[in-house]
Design a binder for this molecule. Sequence first.
Ligand code: HEM
Length: 136
Amino acid sequence: MSAMLVFYPDIKLVHISAAMSSGTLFALRALALMAGMRWPRLAAVRYLSYTIDTVLLTAAMMLLTLLPSALFANGWLWTKLAFLVAYVGLGMAAFRRGRNARARAVLVTAAALCFLQIYGIARTHHPLGWLLWLDG
Ligand code: HEM
């Protein structure tokens, strides 16, 4: 166990704050884009989003090195990462130019569901995340 563990609560707070900012900004940009607004594509907005995601991932890596590996034994973190890749990919696809409105809405919804599942997996420390509820 590392001495860095004293910083665990702070790093976790940074990670969660960045995660919530990332999801909120994505939702706002997606809704604005679907409403025909143009600011979601501004360079400043994109850089803000890259910055938040870099903070998010950096804090995630720090948590990963800090915590005992037994915490990840059931594979929840790898499932979370897989959903993260899907979230980013669907989000990028949703923002592509020239999409029709319906396809964009489907992609945004799919990305949002991935985000919710990431959150569920993080909270439950289980690969099924929110789906655990279906299990009773
Ligand atoms: C959209 C992306 C993400 C969201 C919404 C998110 C959300 C969260 C939340 C809410 C927690 C706190 C869980 C709790 O203790 O109740 C958490 C913890 C954690 N996350 Fe993330 N996360 C994201 C991305 C990542 C990524 C990419 C990684 C790893 C590469 C990661 C690794 C971790 C680790 C190691 C913890 C600590 C678990 C614990 O302290 O019990 N997260 N995340």
